[in-house]
Design a protein around this ligand. Structure first.
Ligand code: NAD
Length: 333
């Protein structure tokens, strides 16, 4: 079956997902695109032979559209995800699911009322081969019960519009979701400590450590550095009661010369996670073809919002902030 997809938001990642759906994967066609930038959306629609909409809700209600991808700006996500649920159509929503906890809960309520999962949130690390192998090791019991997860998230630089809060809400959010997924438990409390400033970042609070206490008592320590220059570098290690599992370097080759050995570090997140994004969309299409969704859920989008809110408060006040969440509906068991 070919899933006919409508894409709302044709900016940087929207265009990358359209390329993925039209050039990389089989089993889908992009039949409609929507953006408030008329010139941009028309150019993209012409290139792929899709219809254009300036109104995303009209795209969702197009009877030709089987499933929806939301890659517009964060504050617009709630309206489109709710409209997709109302239309009974599977929807892939880039993170954030919505920009407030209350909006995430409205989405959860609508999906629970619908009675079946339709929403997948764009936490692509869950589709990365190395992280999946790490999770397999944890679940196999090989390293015993996890005690500490150290996650490293380093960006070479960020644009001037990047704020200190974004280090938690936009950057650490991926590590937060990964921790919840790898350890299979919720976050109990968050603290944030800033190191001596990297002066390349101007007034930015950078780097920071986001310290999370998990329900079981395990600790998660996330380093976020966003001006570290040398590369985009992702690291992860879980220490368990009887062993350790570590994400390996991603070099396909190493070069030995002049008494040294060297390997390449990825330049940016697109290069590091390109295969994960492909798998993410392949699995989304497989589920959408059956009229449902799997993978990171609206619950995971809500949990991310609650924990990042706590992180922003912890960074602002210097306090340890307890994480309070609603009970998890059975739909997300
Ligand atoms: N998973 C990831 O690692 C990852 C990476 C990058 C971006 N994102 C997320 O993807 C989303 C888009 O990010 P981006 O970098 O592509 O931004 P962008 O600014 O490049 O593109 C967003 C597009 O949405 C359009 N838009 C805004 N409001 C709209 C509306 N109401 N209806 C239709 N279109 C509208 C804009 O005109 C723009 O073309 C954000 O939520 C961002 O957090 C996720």
């Amino acid at each position: 079956m070919t899933v006919k997809v409508g894409v709302i938001g044709t900016g940087m990642i929207g265009q990358d997902h359209i390329r993925r759906l039209t050039e990389v994967l089989t089993g889908s066609s992009v039949v409609a695109v929507s953006d408030i930038n008329k010139e941009q959306v028309e150019k993209i629609a012409t290139a792929i032979g899709a219809r254009t909409y300036t109104d995303g809700v009209a795209l969702i209600n197009d009877s030709e559209v089987d499933a929806v991808v939301v890659t517009s700006w964060g504050p617009t996500h709630e309206e489109y995800v709710l409209a997709a649920i109302a239309a009974g159509k599977p929807v892939f929503c880039e993170k954030p699911l919505a920009t407030t906890q209350e909006a995430c809960l409205r989405i959860i309520d609508a999906e629970v009322k619908h009675g079946k999962r339709l929403v997948q949130v764009g936490f692509m690390r869950r589709f990365d081969t190395a992280y999946r192998q790490m999770k397999d090791v944890v679940e196999s019991g090989t390293i015993g019960a996890p005690l500490i997860f150290k996650s490293v998230h380093r960006n070479p630089s960020v644009p001037p519009s990047y704020t200190s809060d974004m280090a938690i809400v936009d950057t650490a959010v991926h590590d937060i979701d990964t921790a919840r997924w790898l350890l299979d438990e919720e976050v109990k409390a968050v603290s944030v400590i800033a190191a001596r400033k990297n002066n390349r970042g101007g007034t930015l609070r950078d780097p920071i450590i986001v310290l999370m206490e998990m329900e079981s008592g395990a600790i998660v320590d996330i380093e976020v550095s966003v001006n570290i220059d040398y590369a985009y570098d992702i690291g992860g290690e879980i220490s368990g009661e009887t062993g350790v599992v570590t994400l390996a370097e991603r070099n396909r080759i190493t070069v030995k010369s002049g008494g040294e050995y060297r390997g390449k570090v990825t330049a940016d997140w697109k290069e590091r996670f390109v295969e994960a994004f492909d798998v993410e969309f392949k699995e989304w299409l497989d589920a959408a073809a059956k009229g449902t969704a799997t993978g990171p859920s609206a619950w995971d989008g809500y949990a991310a919002a609650v924990v990042t809110d706590a992180g922003v408060e912890a960074a602002g006040t210097g306090n340890r902030i307890k994480v309070e969440m609603r009970d998890r509906p059975a739909l997300y068991a």
